[in-house]
Design a protein around this ligand. Structure first.
Ligand code: CO8
Length: 254
């Protein structure tokens, strides 16, 4: 499929998605998010894929496209929050990494928040400036950010609309890794993850995501069930046998 607002490169079981609207600092419009949605459907059908990296040249994304939003009705605004696409990315069965250079603002940062990890350049600029537009972050920002960095730091970012750099984001726990070349570092991490047992990794992601949404007892129950199910996989046998035979495991995803 041809894309107008994203580019995709696939190598060594890793897909890299480039947000590609540089003249608008990769501001997310409806078509870009729909393309992203379609791309993730394609990734889900690719049994060889092990990890996805989302990035943008020079900038990650300076938010949702303000020009598209200015005359929205409340109904149109709600539909523009791309609830389903962002949820699809958050619950995607493979690890998803955001590699952030330049601006990651508003809906751009909210997209990065739905990824499993954020690798950030030290001089990147991250923020939720929506308050300066008479709105607040509406694509998960008010819910994800406090869970990630705590209420008061999240409120500071959301209420003031100020930007923080990559170094500060690392201190906040908003960035997981700091690198001069975030894409290179993200691909290194993706390569490591691609060698892990795919079924175990997928279920581990489900369990951790569930921790933010469920009561502890239900989470423990789900974890026990998912963990037990791994003993029906070839990869569990391979992983444990490789340890006992003092060799590296070779996982197949079965
Ligand atoms: N929407 C539309 N156009 C944008 C956006 C944006 N978010 N950001 C930048 N642009 C455009 C500029 O208008 C400019 O266009 P032109 O060249 O035609 O004038 C071009 O990109 C380059 O930008 P600047 O000239 O402004 O570049 P500067 O380096 O001077 O400034 C900034 C960079 C500080 C990033 C500045 O562009 C800025 O403040 N941008 C807006 C940031 C913002 O407010 N983002 C939040 C948007 S609201 C939002 O994200 C709501 C999310 C909820 C739903 C999300 C679903 C996906």
């Amino acid at each position: 499929m041809g894309y107008q607002f994203i580019k995709i490169q696939q190598d060594n079981q890793i897909a890299t998605v480039w947000l590609n609207r540089p003249e608008r600092l990769n501001a997310l419009n409806k078509d870009m998010v729909l393309e992203l949605d379609g791309a993730f459907d394609g990734f889900a059908a690719d049994k060889d894929l092990r990890c996805v990296v989302i990035t943008g040249e020079k900038n990650f994304a300076a938010g949702a496209d303000i020009e598209s939003m200015v005359d929205f009705t409340p109904e149109e605004a709600k539909a523009f929050a791309f609830v389903e696409t962002f949820a699809k990315i958050e619950s995607f069965p493979l690890p998803v990494i955001a590699a952030i250079e330049g601006f990651a603002l508003g809906g751009g940062l909210e997209l990065a928040l739905r990824c499993d990890f954020r690798v950030t350049a030290p001089n990147a600029k991250l923020g939720l400036p929506e308050i300066n537009l008479g709105i607040f972050p509406g694509a998960g920002g008010t819910q994800k950010l406090p869970r990630l960095i705590g209420d008061s730091k999240a409120k500071k970012m959301i209420f003031t609309g100020g930007m923080i750099d990559g170094q500060t984001a690392l201190g906040y726990g908003l960035a997981d890794l700091l690198a001069e070349n975030p894409l290179e570092e993200a691909l290194k991490l993706a390569g490591d993850l691609a060698r892990k047992a795919p079924v175990a990794l997928r279920l581990a992601k489900q369990c951790v995501n569930m921790a933010a949404e469920t009561e502890l007892s239900a989470g423990y129950g789900y974890e026990a069930m998912a963990w037990g199910s791994l003993f029906a996989t070839e990869d569990q046998k391979e992983g444990m046998r490789a340890f006992l035979e003092k060799r590296k495991p070779s996982f197949t995803g079965k």
